[in-house]
Design a protein around this ligand. Structure first.
Ligand code: HEM
Length: 410
């Protein structure tokens, strides 16, 4: 099969339940060009190398116009990119400023302090299932849990979620590079509109907090000054849009993929029941085995780069296939096996390098808590359908529903 056909197949909804055999085919050629479109990099060391390479940019303004058009990555003239899509030094300054309310980098103090509060939210959601003999894990636990948490951290009223749910979904779906050039252009318009709507909504809240600060992150962004100064008003808005979306559309898939994987491996589920400490390495293995972010389709080259014998020209669009790198037998022994206490598990599930996930300590803790509590309290959980129905998205991949039959709540 050609690389073009392979990318099309990875993006094809029919392959959402199991894209991994397609990645194995892709890895036969570590770097392939998809016709006039992107270069796909699918092997572990090449993906990881590029994530640390200063000649790689996340800023779509460095794409050639042809590459931007071919991959539907045109810029919004009205709202600048968030730091996810900026390079140093702007990226580093904004990331440092956003990190400040969370505590210094690599010491996720704030997250650690939230342990009791997070456990309380999960317990409450599971308590609400009393008297039921079935549930949809996505709607009942995996979605409301991280959304409640990110809303509390930012200081966004949870009741307003009904308004921004649709904007968040549109923005997340916009990451998928699917459809004809016209369809992609139409989708980009919708994404830019949703991002502007969400920006307007958050701008209103930031303004309120500037006048009446509370103990939340929007207030901290709006009022605190540090050694790096303060964000500009537009930077505060693009950063809060980024955090709200990132805290919304990813952890849900980690929790759902986690429960699905446990139900497919009942021996591991049973082990987690009796050995809750297993949750820590188990969540790392999930991030390798079923990563919520399957690929990073937003990189470009600042210079000509040779990767595994292929020369990628300057300004090209590059897709880093992280979920494929995670299954690379050159890096992981027996990569298609789920090994909950796999040693030396340096997966690419949170990316790597300077853009590596900012919310990783929070996402890890949320998934560890949710999965431990679910296996402890759900009596005799069983999958109603396997595979479950998936969300349309190929980049942020996960089930749309995970229906379970249960004997009750313990
Ligand atoms: C970046 C995955 C949860 C905030 C990233 C990246 C990945 C990722 C792969 C790298 C993107 C790139 O290199 O282009 C995940 C997964 C999550 C998760 C799998 C859940 C299981 C969160 C949460 C937050 C968050 C809860 C917010 C609190 C961010 C931000 C960035 C980022 C702000 C951009 C970092 C930068 O550009 O420096 N995430 N994420 N993420 N994530 Fe997460």
């Amino acid at each position: 099969m050609t690389s073009v056909a392979l990318l099309r197949q990875v993006l094809d909804y029919a392959n959402r339940p199991d894209p991994y055999p397609l990645y194995a085919e892709l890895r036969r050629t570590p770097v392939v060009r998809d016709e006039a479109g992107p270069y796909l990099v699918s092997t572990y060391w090449e993906v990881r190398g590029l994530l640390h390479d200063p000649r790689i940019s996340s800023d779509a303004r460095n794409l050639t116009p042809e590459a931007a058009e071919a991959t539907g990555q045109e810029q919004d003239p009205n709202l600048p990119p968030s730091f996810l899509r900026l390079d140093p030094p702007e990226h580093d300054r904004l990331r440092r400023l956003a990190m400040r309310p969370f505590g210094p980098p690599h010491t996720p103090r704030r997250v650690f302090e939230m342990h009791g509060e997070l456990a309380g939210i999960v317990t409450g959601l599971i308590d609400d299932l009393r008297g039921r003999d079935s549930l949809d894990l996505v709607d009942d636990v995996s979605y409301p849990f991280p959304v409640t948490v990110i809303c509390r951290i930012l200081g966004v009223p949870r009741e307003d979620e009904t308004h921004f749910h649709e904007w968040a979904d549109t923005i997340a779906a916009g990451l998928d590079p699917v459809g004809t050039a016209e369809e992609r252009a139409a989708k980009m318009q919708a994404v830019q509109q949703a991002r502007r709507d969400l920006a307007m909504y958050l701008a209103g809240l930031i303004e309120e907090r500037r006048h009446a600060p509370r103990d939340d992150m929007l207030s901290a962004l709006a009022t605190e000054h540090g050694p790096d100064g303060q964000m500009s008003p537009v930077e505060m808005i693009t950063t809060s849009v980024l955090l709200l979306i990132a805290g919304h559309e990813t952890t849900v898939n980690l929790i759902t993929n986690g429960m699905l994987t446990l139900l497919r491996h009942p021996d591991v589920l049973q082990r987690l029941r009796t050995e809750p400490d297993l949750a820590v390495p188990l969540v790392e293995e999930l991030l390798r085995f079923e990563p919520p972010v399957q690929m990073l389709p937003q990189r470009t080259t600042l210079a000509e780069i040779e990767v595994a014998g292929t020369v990628i020209p300057k300004g090209a669009s590059v897709y880093l296939m992280v979920a494929s790198g995670n299954r690379d037998p050159q890096r992981f022994a027996d990569p298609d096996r789920f090994v909950p206490d796999r040693p030396d598990n340096q997966h690419l599930g949170f990316g790597h390098g300077l853009h590596s996930c900012f919310g990783a300590p929070l996402a890890r803790l949320e998934a560890q808590l949710a999965l431990t509590e679910l296996v402890r309290r759900l009596d005799a959980p069983q999958l109603v359908e396997d595979p479950p129905p998936y969300r349309q998205n190929a980049v942020l991949r996960g089930p749309r529903h995970l229906r379970l039959a249960i004997g009750g709540i313990r």
